[in-house]
Design a protein around this ligand. Structure first.
Ligand code: GTP
Length: 595
């Protein structure tokens, strides 16, 4: 097929607005997959995706469409995730496209992620086709949704399409619109090869598989290939396209989307965003690649058994497949060897944990998450702290800055009061409020640490599920923060330390010791749990012993027996320092619950 008949596009939308369902219909209507193999949300193939009912990874599929004008088009479709935590996936996919279908659910209208995704598409200078979905639903408010698209994003009324991805109504119009408004890719097949690596996957037998969008040139198996940034070279063992399963082909040409099996086993040699070229006729300039993703939260990940090597391999391979997940090695006195990992948000963290458990069969321990702090010490050092263990002692600190984000919240008018209260209680600074057709758009500046934990859930519950949000990192600002050290049985437990606002310290400490009292596994003797801030114990509770203490129990034992028992208990107490304190996941969860 000629490149003028190729269209590369993505489907973008707020979570649950029907992207994957529309992708299903497009695949069905272009008969890419036989009826027998068709299943719902065909492209959501990961276990975690099917369980949560959400898209986590972008997927690609090549389809062929016989248009009404008699031409045959190659449509390369990239399905993208909708949740805020995966918007990095979206921006990655969009760099491989010339256009997008922007889906809006008519039962919900324009939501925070609709606006965020629209902005990403505009930044990438893509053609946007606005599509109102779920018109079959009893709750659909089609006129209002259309008006929001016009008011909030300045679309023309006549450009908006109306569909039901569920029944297929209107989908034909979408297929026609794609080839008539989305431009064909530019680039020529006989220039030097220039292909963008927009995703990676690791196969234990075949090594790294790179997903490519060819911007210039031709890719075939007979040439030695090179990644321009990492300089790694290889000969392809296979090339192919996604149907959506991998289908080998002999060549890929400018404008096309496909994959190359590199055979490379060292995952560090390949990076998402790199440019692939040939060694014989290399391209002069690599493609611009991607902005580095910015981790919002960090947490320690530790293997809960001694499976160090497997754990390490799993982390490397996950990071290859998910470039927004970053990690470095860390050592904890209590938990041993592990990794300090960066995530785009709490759902991202949860998904990574589930993938480690499901795809790699590992059980992991995750410490309480935190954000990155900028610390200026009195002797002039500037430190970036993403692990409370390395937070300097209070007498050495001059100033500390914490990250702030701009939060966009969309919600129906009746919940505005509650949500403004919530934002204020999370130290939010009000920016503005706009009323659109039956939808309110609020902007706040909020410390990222306050958004990272339960903000999203509280937002959902206070608004009965109607509010949605999006966060953009803004800047670092000075804040009055303290480090909380937690001592169990007079021993400082490094993995439990965390950083918080001074004004919250007493409240959080009191709650925390109560929680820890019930989650730390008991021993034969009572164990004090103490919270220390700037050298002062600000809260304490005791984890009760498994058995009664002989010395205080009222048994009518002879004095000598009691003394013997006491003696044994004392020896135990002396040994306690060296005893291993068990920290099950619930202990870390108690920190999370309070924040
Ligand atoms: P994420 O990938 O998680 O962002 O979701 P998505 O945008 O891919 O949404 P998905 O296709 O998973 O659809 C979400 C829900 O809406 C599913 O329960 C679908 O069955 C339902 N749905 C999708 N399209 C329609 C439609 O046209 N009409 C009705 N009534 N329901 C629909």
């Amino acid at each position: 097929i000629q490149s003028k008949n190729i269209r590369n596009f993505s489907i973008i939308a707020h979570i649950d607005h029907g992207k994957s369902t529309l992708a299903d219909r497009i695949i069905e209507k272009t008969l890419t997959v036989s009826k027998r193999d068709m299943k719902e949300q065909l492209l959501d193939s990961m276990d975690v995706e099917r369980e949560h009912g959400i898209t986590v990874k972008s997927r690609t599929v090549r389809t062929f469409y016989e248009a009404k004008n008699g031409h045959k088009y190659q449509y390369n479709l990239i399905d993208t995730p909708g949740h805020v935590d995966f918007s990095y996936e979206v921006s990655k996919s969009l760099a491989a496209c010339e256009g997008v279908l922007l889906i809006v659910d008519a039962t919900q209208g324009v939501q925070a992620q609709t606006i965020a995704n629209y902005n990403i598409a505009m930044e990438n200078e893509l053609v946007i086709i606005p599509v109102v979905n779920k018109i079959d639903s009893f709750n659909a408010n089609i006129e209002q949704t259309c008006q929001q698209l016009i008011d909030v994003m300045q679309f023309n009324e006549e450009d908006i399409l109306y569909i039901s991805a569920k029944t297929g109504q209107g989908v034909d119009k979408v297929l026609e619109r794609i080839h008539s408004v989305i431009p064909a890719p530019t680039g020529t097949a006989d220039s030097p090869l220039k292909a963008l690596v927009f995703d990676l996957q690791y196969d234990p037998f075949r090594g790294v598989i790179a997903y490519l969008r060819l911007f210039e040139g031709t890719l075939s198996k007979d040439k030695t290939l090179r990644f321009m940034v990492t300089q790694a070279e290889f000969n392809a063992t296979e090339l192919g396209v996604f149907l959506p399963h991998m289908q080998p082909t002999d060549v890929l040409r400018a404008g096309e989307v496909g994959y190359v099996v590199t055979g490379l086993k060292e995952v560090q040699k390949v990076k998402i965003g790199d440019t692939l070229t040939t060694t014989t006729d290399p391209s002069q300039q690599p493609l611009p690649g991607y902005k580095e993703s910015k981790s919002m939260v960090y947490a320690g990940l530790f293997p809960s058994d001694d499976n160090d090597k497997d754990f390490q391999n799993a982390i490397h391979r996950l990071a290859l497949n998910d470039s927004s997940f970053c990690y470095e090695e860390e050592r904890s006195e209590v938990l041993g060897k592990g990794f300090r990992c960066g995530f785009l948000g709490m759902l991202h963290l949860q998904i990574i944990r589930e993938r480690l458990e499901k795809e790699y069969g590992l059980t992991v321990l995750i410490t309480a998450p935190n954000v990155t702090y900028q610390v200026l010490t009195k002797d002039g050092q500037e430190l970036r702290i993403n692990n409370p263990v390395y937070y300097p002692t209070f007498d050495k600190i001059k100033t500390v800055k914490e990250p702030y984000g701009v939060v966009t919240i969309t919600l129906p008018e009746e919940h505005v009061g509650d949500i403004m209260k919530l934002a204020t209680s999370r130290k939010g600074i009000f920016i503005d409020l706009n009323y659109q057709v039956n939808q309110t758009i609020l902007h706040y500046e909020i410390p990222t640490s306050e958004i990272a934990y339960h903000f999203f859930n509280q937002l959902k519950s206070l608004s009965h599920g109607y509010a949605t949000m999006d966060v953009q990192f803004m800047d670092y600002r000075e804040a009055d923060l303290v480090k909380m050290d937690i001592l169990v049985n007079y021993v400082k437990i490094d993995a439990l330390a965390f950083i918080l606002h001074r004004e919250d310290a007493y409240r959080v400490a009191a709650d925390l010791v109560m929680k820890l009292k019930h989650t730390i596994p008991r021993k034969l003797y009572p164990m004090p749990v103490q919270v220390v801030v700037e050298g002062i114990v600000i809260a304490r509770e005791d984890v009760p012993p498994l058995r009664k203490n002989a010395a205080v129990s009222g048994d009518k034992k002879s004095i000598s027996k009691k003394q013997a028992l006491l003696h044994r208990q004392n020896i135990n107490k002396r040994n306690m320092e060296h005893m291993n304190i068990q920290l099950p996941q619930e202990v870390f969860n108690s920190i999370l619950d309070i924040n």
